[in-house]
Structure formats: structure tokens, C-alpha cells
Design a protein around this ligand. Structure first.
Ligand code: OSB
Ligand code: MG
Length: 381
């Protein structure tokens, strides 16, 4: 009885946001990652630490260097956190992620910046409760089947070799980046070399509705889905395209909220959702998107933003929810990095990642690597 009363009081009091630290860490991918919107190999990461009651909650800013995937960038993330979001939280007693989002409700958009705070708070609360984040989120699995997202290669032959290496490593799904002029012929060659693999493509918004012919040719190649073929802010034309092809469309860039998810699925603008926690403002909204998709019978999978270890750990915990039934872009950390911001590299074994154990996200910072790679840091108290 007394124990229950204490538990209720703990929930009511919340956690005081005492101090927040931002660090920018310079990292370099092990490969040049080319998509329809550009190529990148340097990947500086923002790490956020939220302090409360002697505990530390961790998160990562997932926005890119350049506003090619979304309008947010590393620089906008840092600025929005520093100028607007962090001052709204410092010194406040926060009981739930919903309350945290409420405090930040007048920040329109900038979901990746807001998500960094929301996700660190989930880590903090799960640590205070002594539970792994996946349990705190209500997940149902700890072994996460994983796919790999392969950037555009110089030739078709190199693409087939690149796919072969990832299939041999055990990845459960291969996603090929496409763009106009680098699509049907290349994907057909991969499909002929690997008739049975789970194969998908991602256009990152490089096509228009007038390119429906290309999509109809891809439709013949037994793809699990075609990811974000049309504009980053479109839902309507995706519905027109979906009506012309049998392969499910998977929406990525177009989905920023549970409401977007409902509208897209109602219109049949797609039948699968790539769920990225940063793009939808954090775990709470990600769970709502997940639930809306489930109510439509639409599967979701966990997207990636070339995360370092902290973001990757968050993605694995989120992937524990029941409707994450397709392999995500949650590949091995050592596929991306020689060294990571976490002391343990989050690596898959035969294409399956285990969610890290322990309270919260269950990973520790690699302080030595972080101090060697530090570009700037700032503390807010
Ligand atoms: O469209 O899913 C995407 C990376 C950066 C921005 C957008 C995307 C991607 C990827 C790679 O496809 C995902 C990963 O391996 O982390
Ligand atoms: Mg995508």
C-alpha cells in the first residue's frame, strides 16, 4: 500500500529540468552516401544531455548538414534549441512527455529540434523508473530485424556487388536509392541477381506524377514498397500514383504527425509509413503515428537519419512497438562509423539488432571519442 502511494507521488512531482548540455561532434561516414538530393560523407552530430535528479538523459539531433531532406539542419537545430526551446524548459518540473510538448507548443515545426528534448526526457524518465525505454514505451520485442539503405553507386555492377555484401552480412531488406536516370535498369539488374530478397527503393521526392510510367516499370520488379517517389510536401499526387500501381507506396518526407498519417492513409496516398522519430517530434508522436497506421492496417518501419549511437539506440527502442513489422534502417553502427559516440557499437548479428539492456536507452557515452571529436559545446542552466 505505502509503495503504491509513493509511486503515485513520484508521478505527480515530475522531474525538474536542471541543466542541458549541447555538444557538436565531428564524424565521418565510412562511405560516401549519395541520394537524389545530394552526397555526403562528413556528418557532424549534435548530442544533447538533459540533467535531473543526478540522472542524465541523452539524445541526438538528427537533422542533416544541408536542407535537402527536410528544411531543418544541424545549424537550425542548435539555434532553435538555444534561442527558444531550452529556455522554455529550464527550471520547469516536467511530469510527462506530453507536458514537455505542451511547454514547446508555440514552436511551429522544427520537429527534429523539439524531438531532441523530448527523447532525452524519455531516457531520463525511464532511468528514473529503472526501466529500459522499450518497456516504458510499451514495446513487445527486443530483437529488431534490420535492413540497409544503400546510396547511389557509380555503376550497376558496383551496385550488384554492394547489395551482395549486405545480403551476405544478413540484412533482412535492401533499400536502393533511385533518381531519374538511375532507376528501372539498375533495379532490374539487382532483382535479376537476387530474385528472392526483400527489395525496396527510395526516391527522396525526385519524381513527378508525369513520371508514373517509371513507377509502372518498377511495379514489375516485386518491390516491397516504393518510398517517397513524389514531392516532400505532397499527399494528393501520391494517392493518384498509388491508384496506378500495385506496389505499395511508403511515405517518408510527407509525414510529420498523426494527422498527416490519417489523411494519407484515408486517401490511399500510401500503404506503408517510414517512421522517423525526429521527423514527427519525438517518441510520443511517433507512437501516435504508429497507432494511427495500425488502425488502418498499415505497417510501419523505423527510418534512419545516419544516426550515431545515441540516435540509433533510440530508434531500436522505438522499433519494439508491435506495428514495426518491416525491417528498418537500423543497420549496424560499424557499417557507418569506425568509432561511435557510445562506448558499445550497436551492431546487428545476422541482420538482427538486440535492443540495449539497462535503464533508459541502455548505452553510455564514449567520453574519450567525444572529447577528441568535439567541435563546440554549450551549457544551459
Ligand atoms: O530518406 O530514408 C531516407 C538518410 C538521411 C536522410 C534521409 C534518408 C536517409 C536514409 C539512410 O535512407 C538511413 C540510414 O541508414 O540511417
Ligand atoms: Mg526515405
Amino acid at each position: 500500500m505505502a509503495g503504491n502511494v509513493q509511486l503515485l507521488q513520484k508521478h505527480r512531482t515530475g522531474m525538474k529540468i536542471e541543466r542541458i548540455e549541447l555538444k557538436e561532434v565531428s564524424m565521418k561516414l565510412r562511405f560516401n552516401f549519395e541520394t537524389s538530393f545530394g552526397a555526403q560523407q562528413d556528418r557532424n552530430i549534435i548530442l544533447l544531455t538533459m540533467h535531473s535528479e543526478g540522472l542524465e538523459g541523452y539524445s541526438e539531433g538528427v537533422a542533416g548538414e544541408y536542407p535537402g531532406y527536410a528544411y531543418e539542419t544541424r545549424e537550425t537545430t542548435w539555434a532553435v534549441l538555444k534561442e527558444f526551446a531550452i529556455p522554455l524548459l529550464l527550471g520547469k518540473d516536467i511530469s510527462t512527455p506530453a507536458q514537455l510538448l505542451h511547454e514547446l507548443r508555440f514552436i511551429r515545426g522544427h520537429n527534429m529540434a523539439v524531438a531532441a528534448l523530448e527523447m532525452a526526457f524519455w531516457d531520463l524518465q525511464a532511468k528514473a523508473a529503472g526501466l529500459p525505454l522499450w518497456q516504458f514505451l510499451g514495446g513487445v520485442r527486443t530483437a529488431i530485424p534490420t535492413g540497409a539503405s544503400l546510396g547511389i553507386q557509380p555503376t550497376v555492377e558496383e551496385t550488384v556487388d554492394y547489395v551482395a555484401r549486405h545480403v551476405e552480412e544478413g540484412y533482412k531488406r535492401i533499400k536502393l536509392k533511385i533518381k531519374p536516370g538511375w532507376d528501372v535498369q539498375m533495379v532490374r539488374a539487382v532483382r535479376e541477381a537476387f530474385p528472392d530478397i526483400d527489395l525496396t527503393v527510395d526516391a527522396n521526392s525526385a519524381y513527378r506524377l508525369t513520371d508514373a510510367r517509371v513507377m509502372q516499370e518498377l511495379d514489375e520488379l516485386d518491390l516491397t514498397y516504393i518510398e517517397q517517389p513524389l514531392a516532400y510536401d505532397d499527399i494528393v499526387d501520391h494517392a493518384k500514383l498509388q491508384a496506378q500501381i500495385g506496389t505499395p507506396i511508403c511515405l517518408d518526407e510527407s509525414i510529420h504527425s498523426p494527422e498527416d498519417t490519417r489523411k494519407a492513409l484515408e486517401l490511399d496516398a500510401g500503404r506503408v509509413i517510414n517512421l522517423k522519430v525526429g521527423r514527427v517530434r519525438g517518441h510520443l508522436q511517433a507512437r501516435r503515428v504508429h497507432d494511427v497506421a495500425l488502425s488502418f492496417g498499415a505497417p510501419v518501419w523505423c527510418g534512419g537519419m545516419l544516426e550515431a549511437g545515441i540516435g540509433r539506440a533510440h530508434n531500436l527502442h522505438l522499433s519494439s512497438l508491435e506495428n514495426f513489422v518491416l525491417p528498418g534502417d537500423t543497420a549496424s553502427a560499424s557499417r557507418y562509423w569506425d568509432e561511435d559516440v557510445t562506448s558499445v557499437m550497436l551492431d546487428a548479428v545476422d541482420g538482427v539488432q538486440q535492443i540495449p539492456d539497462g535503464p533508459g536507452i541502455g548505452v553510455e557515452l564514449n567520453d574519450d571519442f567525444i572529447s577528441r571529436s568535439l567541435v563546440r559545446s554549450e551549457e544551459f542552466a
